[in-house]
Design a protein around this ligand. Structure first.
Ligand code: SF4
Length: 161
């Protein structure tokens, strides 16, 4: 597999970004709790529903675009969500696969050096951990709902001052 991101920003403008617990842990470690104000709960459809998931968390898009995409750049690149780290690859039942949307739309696929065996293994491990976290959602969704509500209350009370 060959891939080099050419920074066209298409994925940031067109795809939904799913959020899992490890993303929130990454933001917490960086002291970036306020990012949670952009997270919403959604009803699962398609492949997410096929995993037995009823709902999931995702970034609320702003005018149809990732809220952290600005002037062609990701404003939270160092703490970007796991699905963005994995993209243009995705989990499939057969292991690591190219994301179906990316197959048609990502100009970075087939460009650059061949991924090394180590890089492929890291991506495979990341894909597995995202799916494990999605399946474990019922065990931490209430915790995330409460955190999101707290952060949104804090953000709205600060904006009223
Ligand atoms: S669509 Fe592909 S090349 Fe374009 S920004 Fe996303 S990952 Fe990079």
């Amino acid at each position: 597999m060959r891939f080099r991101c050419v920074r066209c920003g298409k994925c940031c403008r067109e795809l939904e970004v799913v959020i899992v617990l490890s993303d929130v842990e990454r933001w917490a470690k960086a002291g970036m709790w306020s990012l949670l104000a952009h997270v919403v709960r959604r009803r699962a459809k398609g492949w997410l529903a096929s995993l037995g998931i009823e709902y999931y968390f995702a970034l609320k898009r702003r005018y149809g675009v990732c809220p952290f995409y600005s002037d062609g750049l990701c404003r939270i690149y160092d703490v970007r969500p796991s699905v963005c780290r994995l993209f243009p690859f995705a989990y499939s039942e057969r292991g690591l696969a190219v994301h179906p949307w990316a197959r048609r739309n990502c100009p970075g696929l087939g460009v650059g050096d061949q991924l090394s065996a180590k890089e492929e293994e890291e991506l495979r491990a990341l894909a597995r951990s995202i799916v494990r976290e999605l399946i474990a959602l019922p065990y931490y969704s209430t915790f995330l709902d409460e955190l999101i509500a707290d952060v949104k209350r804090g953000v709205s009370s600060r904006s009223k001052r």
